[in-house]
Design a protein around this ligand. Structure first.
Ligand code: CA
Length: 248
């Protein structure tokens, strides 16, 4: 559990193994001083999954420690660099440790420059923006069920319960050529970002997420705890990670 504040940004992060998995392959970063926030969800079996998501978080820390960009272009470069270097690192690690073939992670990385933001996204973790009382999903899942959803084959509810919902089409550590989504935009005061792993969104609906955000809008810790609690009440089948970032 982390709680920090840096200037006009408030943030809170929590990760929980859930009720079924023996270990937690998710990782998070809450770094308000550098205005950098991340969630990663590892895959490839216990040790490998944990390692992959940690590689990502450590790479983000290194990139943003060495390089402190002040404008949106610089922040965008740093976000891209973090993804590329983490991808490289995971691929190198697998090459040296072939038993860890299949190791990788999804990742969300949110960084700010003044009143603008840049979000890097790959995989099926998600980032939402709660603005003026409404929840907007900023990211598109790189998953098989998302493609079927867009093709009109599945409904949202069917997608959330689909047995193949964990089939990810893009992730870090899969190939050299990284297809990263970058989402940029302007901030408004009161904007609340939610970065989360699929252990949250597979378990509870966006309506319930929205209710939790609205109910405890001024209490990030309260929101984080209630989201984890709701995901566990719904079964807690996967690791649950939530990072909340609010522009005051
Ligand atoms: Ca997961």
């Amino acid at each position: 559990m982390y709680k920090e504040s840096g200037g006009q940004i408030l943030a809170y992060g929590i990760t929980d193994a859930g009720l079924v998995r023996p270990n937690n392959e998710d990782a998070l970063l809450v770094w308000p001083e550098r205005r950098v926030f991340a969630v990663a969800d590892g895959m490839g079996g216990q040790a490998a999954g944990e390692l992959a998501s940690q590689f990502f978080i450590q790479t983000v820390e290194r990139v943003f420690r060495d390089f402190s960009p002040s404008d949106l272009e610089g922040v965008t470069e740093a976000v891209k660099r973090a993804f590329l270097e983490a991808n490289r690192e995971i691929l190198d690690h697998v090459r040296e440790n072939p038993a860890r073939e299949g190791m990788g992670c999804t990742a969300e990385l949110l960084a700010f420059a003044g009143m603008e933001f840049c979000l890097g996204h790959i995989g099926d973790s998600r980032t939402y923006l709660f603005r003026a009382g409404r929840l907007h999903r900023l990211t598109r899942d790189h998953s098989l069920v998302q493609e079927q959803l867009e093709a009109g084959i599945l409904t949202e509810e069917e997608a959330r319960r689909h047995p193949m919902r964990n089939v990810i089409l893009r992730a870090l550590g899969v190939k050299e050529d990284l297809a990263l989504d970058l989402i940029r935009g302007r901030l408004q005061r009161g904007d609340l970002f939610l970065l989360c792993s699929d252990g949250l969104t597979d378990m509870i609906s966006e309506e319930l997420i929205s209710e939790c955000l609205a109910r405890s809008f001024n209490d990030l810790e309260g929101i984080g705890l209630s989201l984890v609690e709701e995901a566990k009440r719904a079964g807690g089948r996967d690791n649950i990670t939530v990072v909340l970032v609010k522009k005051e």
